[in-house]
Write a protein that binds this ligand. Structure first.
Ligand code: BG6
Length: 503
């Protein structure tokens, strides 16, 4: 075990039931993550994987298909012995929520498999399906009693993103699930919380004495959260065109970053306390009027351009995208958090597809010093003080500050102190889902979204959705694929006398 790592306990014996096992998510992420956990000896000693397909498949057919996926998507060379041990645990059952009898039959099959593997009745149902199937599957699992915790056995439901498409639908889905399960049984995934650097925000803030005293409106001028992607929409045209950049990224991924950066210190490092503080800060995001929402947002769509030498067509020429689509592929927002720590500190968020760079970062900009002291020196400007938490492309933390340039005259220049994860820790390449899946199996929901924070997230973005819906094409701007994004995003900060951090 590498230095500094703590031995992790093996999860309880259990059955891992995957709905949507024939799909992309199961092949690309779930099975490769289970493989990595198997390689690290972190799967339960008594374990079975049950793949649920709508059209029957034999166990061998399913195992072959998952093995192909594993070979394609594994993050490290596949050890055939480990892969075989994992795939030997896989069985296929057939069930479709449109056919309730199939769930009764599945229940009997599951009982048999669990008995054979001696898994003690602990079950984790992983919904790797399109979102429209979440509630129908949960209803059938509820009706057949498969989610009922009894005789000390646990039952858990893992729900993938997107959780709702607006505030009303997220509330409705929470309502449906909470009719069937208790909150502690529900694991709403946001894969950003599987990223080490994202988890590290908590440690950076609360395990170091020097940040917390200055982490407030007295010292911080504003916060920038950037998630820029080079990828276009590719083959996801139909999903993306009805979703857009705001829904796809902001209430989930960008708000995870925002809540970790802006939350109050939790009294304890446990799921209830940490998730309560995160929900509190999301609920404190000012709900804007539709007029303010229009003023404090920009939305934009990409037009053809070149990315890494490859031509990217106009967004609206992508397969399954409406030719007159007004869906945004880039969004920038200015948000305010109405509490004592953050009053008056703007949070600027931006995210977009088909940009020239892949970059995910949170940049905390500290207030400027009074310049008068340097008025009688040759110094004509000072560099900005940023603390940058980088998630992509390099995982690490950078502090930018001013320093004297060596020489007789007083000249000042901006320099950087950099910490890069890879310089200190050797980490095996991973999918980013391993910790999340392991945590579901050990029953730790600290890295999962609770109903209240999901709803608080949608509440904060709803005015933007409503205002844009009414505005239609008015206000939609365009940017060139491969560029840094639209000029209107720069204007959003410029009018406050600020600018986005340049690389
Ligand atoms: C997904 C979005 O949730 O996150 C995608 O649906 C997006 O559109 C992806 O590309 C970004 O994830 P990451 O980890 O590459 O930043």
């Amino acid at each position: 075990m590498p230095d500094g790592q703590v031995a992790q306990r093996k999860p309880d014996a259990s059955a891992f039931v995957i709905f949507g096992v024939t799909g992309d998510l199961a092949h690309r992420l779930v099975i490769p993550s289970l493989y990595n956990l198997a390689a690290a000896d972190l799967l339960p000693g008594k374990f079975c994987v049950v793949g649920v397909a709508r059209n029957g498949m034999s166990n061998d057919e399913l195992r072959d298909s998952l093995m192909k996926g594993l070979r394609q998507f594994a993050t490290r060379p596949v050890d055939d012995t480990v892969a075989k041990r994992l795939l030997d645990c896989v069985s296929c059952v057939e069930a479709d929520p449109k056919d309730p009898a199939s769930f009764d039959a599945m229940r009997a099959q599951l009982d048999e498999l669990e008995c054979a593997q001696d898994t003690g009745g602990n079950r984790l149902f992983y919904l790797a399906t399109p979102p429209g199937a979440f509630a129908p599957i949960a209803r059938e699992l509820g009706r057949t009693g498969l989610l009922k915790e009894k005789n000390g056995a646990w039952r858990r439901l893992v729900v993938e993103k997107p959780f709702g498409t607006d505030l009303a639908s997220a509330r409705a889905l929470n309502g449906e699930l909470l009719n069937i399960l208790d909150e502690h049984q529900i694991y709403r995934i946001d894969h950003y919380l599987g990223k080490e650097t994202v988890q590290n925000i908590l440690v950076l803030r609360f395990a170091n004495g020097m940040f917390e005293p200055i982490w407030n409106r007295n010292h911080i001028d504003h916060v920038q959260i950037t998630v820029d992607e080079k990828l276009g929409v590719g083959h996801r045209g139909s999903f993306y065109d009805s979703t857009g950049a705001l829904r796809d990224m902001v209430p989930n991924h960008l708000f995870q970053l925002l809540s970790l950066v802006a939350m109050e210190p939790p009294a304890r490092f446990d799921a209830h306390t940490v998730r309560s503080e995160k929900a509190e800060v999301l609920a404190a995001i000012q709900t804007q009027s539709e007029a303010d929402a229009l003023m404090n947002s920009v939305r934009s769509q990409y037009q053809g351009g070149i990315i890494d030498g490859v031509e990217m067509p106009d967004y609206h020429k992508t397969a399954d995208v409406k030719p007159d689509s007004t869906t945004e592929t880039f969004v920038a927002l200015k948000l305010a958090i109405d509490n004592w720590r953050w009053a008056g500190v703007p949070f600027y968020l931006r995210t977009g597809k088909a940009l020239g760079l892949k970059r995910t970062e949170v940049a905390i900009k500290f207030k400027e010093v009074p310049f008068k002291m340097f008025a009688c020196t040759p110094v004509d400007r000072l560099s900005q003080n940023y603390l940058v938490i980088s998630i992509e492309p390099t995982e690490g933390i950078t502090l930018q500050f001013n320093t004297k340039v060596p020489g007789p005259a007083i000249t000042i220049d901006g320099v950087e102190m950099k910490f890069r994860y890879k310089d200190y820790f050797k980490v095996e390449p991973a999918t980013g889902y391993e910790t999340l899946i392991y945590d579901c199996m050990i029953g730790d929901n600290i890295l999962f979204q609770r109903a209240d924070s999901v709803e608080a997230g949608w509440q904060a973005v709803q005015p933007f959705l409503d205002a844009w819906n009414k505005a239609g094409a008015n206000g939609l701007e365009y940017y060139k694929a491969g560029s840094e994004g639209p000029a209107c995003a720069d204007e959003l900060l410029k009018r406050d006398g600020r600018s986005w951090r340049k690389l």
